[in-house]
Design a protein around this ligand. Structure first.
Ligand code: NAD
Length: 355
């Protein structure tokens, strides 16, 4: 199955973990990109285009493959008719390209996406915008997220997941629950606002200190700013990773003091062993690929013509799904992530039988 996880921190990518891995190069515009199509059992491989700096081509391939595999799981669990895929464009400098240089890279990338003939459909991810998706479409490729920022919808789904995690682990609503949000961007800021509105005591952290300060001030009394590197280990009830991947590792999970981990960042755990250690320590980890499906659900709602009520119901159902998965994990003596992977595998197996 394409959705098997590649080994964490490995030097060499496991190319055959994905259905297809495509490297894209054009020296005339300075393009180096990777498209990973993990699994197309449920439909075309849909997943965002991430544009950032990578230490090596192998690191870019590993990231594309891991994120593509997570998209397979995300779509399977959210009952969406898409496979899993992801692409990464390797940035060459510290600052994002702008203007004509940016357009030239994206146009060429769009040509490569078009060659996949719809088996890969990109969307917005870190470093890319709806405008970038429109440029890719202008080259004859199919692209999603070309109009609406999915961030607020992702945040609504993550909050439903967080509430379900807190109810399961702590048996209470959010009033008075201490939440630490790492990353105050599109998703993290909206998540922090929702939690604070329900009476949670919210601490925020960001490497952009001014952004974290402004949010804490907006949230008002009781809200504090914490060191971004220490955010996963603060004394709180819920840790919400909403910044970068793999913040919880086998080496640092012993320092986690939260009782619940629920956030938006993809690939929060660096390995299944980190998940097992957290479970042994009594920490409830809501699988990221279940919690952060709100953005892709919103994209699908637009394509399928859902009403606002249908979309809101589907976002709230993320919470119900989390409740079911946490209960199944407990019954079967599994980590929540393994229980969720198992569910996704069952859906993929059924779909293959139906083909
Ligand atoms: N936007 C979506 O719809 C969506 C959907 C699914 C998953 N996600 C994931 O959620 C996470 C957040 O997405 P976003 O759209 O809010 O991104 P964003 O770029 O808007 O915000 C990320 C924030 O994290 C901060 N940050 C970066 N490194 C940090 C660190 N080490 N410690 C603390 N803060 C740090 C950045 O300064 C920024 O403010 C990402 O991992 C993304 O892959 C987002």
């Amino acid at each position: 199955m394409g959705s098997q996880r590649t080994n964490p921190g490995q030097a060499d990518p496991e190319l055959f973990a994905s259905e297809q891995v495509i490297t894209c190069r054009d020296d005339t515009v300075g393009l180096r990109a990777v498209i990973a199509i993990d699994d197309t059992t449920l439909g075309p491989g849909f997943g965002g285009t991430r544009w950032r700096w990578y230490p090596s081509p192998a690191a870019a391939v590993v990231e594309a493959q891991r994120l593509a595999a997570a998209m397979t799981l995300k779509h399977a669990l959210a009952n969406l008719p898409y496979g899993g895929a992801k692409s990464v464009i390797m940035a060459t400098g510290d600052l994002p390209l702008q203007g004509a240089e940016r357009e030239a890279v994206l146009a060429r990338f769009g040509d490569f996406v078009a060659r996949t003939a719809g088996s890969y459909v990109p969307g917005v991810d870190m470093g890319t915008t709806p405008q970038d998706m429109r440029l890719i479409e202008s080259r004859g490729a199919r692209a999603f997220c070309d109009e609406v920022d999915p961030g607020p919808y992702t945040a609504r789904g993550v909050y439903a997941a967080m509430r379900a995690g807190v109810r399961h682990a702590l048996g209470r609503d959010m009033d008075g629950v201490r939440v630490t949000v790492q990353g105050t961007g599109h998703v993290g800021a909206s998540l922090a606002r929702q939690a604070a509105a329900d009476g949670a005591v919210v601490a925020v952290a960001d490497i952009d200190a001014a952004r974290a300060d402004a949010l804490a001030e907006e949230l008002g009394s009781g809200s504090t700013v914490v060191d971004p590197a220490e955010a996963p280990f603060t004394d709180c009830d819920v840790f919400a990773p909403c910044a970068i991947a793999r913040v919880l590792t086998v080496d640092n999970v012993g320092k986690v003091r939260a009782r619940v981990v629920a956030g938006a960042a993809n690939d929060t755990l660096d390995s299944p062993e980190a998940g097992a250690a957290l479970r042994a320590a009594g920490v409830t980890v809501v699988p990221d690929f279940v919690a952060n499906a709100g953005g892709v659900i919103q994209v699908h709602a637009g394509i399928a013509g859902w009403s606002d009520i249908q979309l809101s119901t589907a976002l709230e159902e993320i919470g119900d799904r989390v409740t079911d998965i946490l209960a199944e994990a407990e019954d079967r003596d599994l980590t929540p992530e393994d229980a969720a992977r198992d569910r996704a595998a069952r859906r993929l197996a059924t779909a293959r039988e139906d083909h």
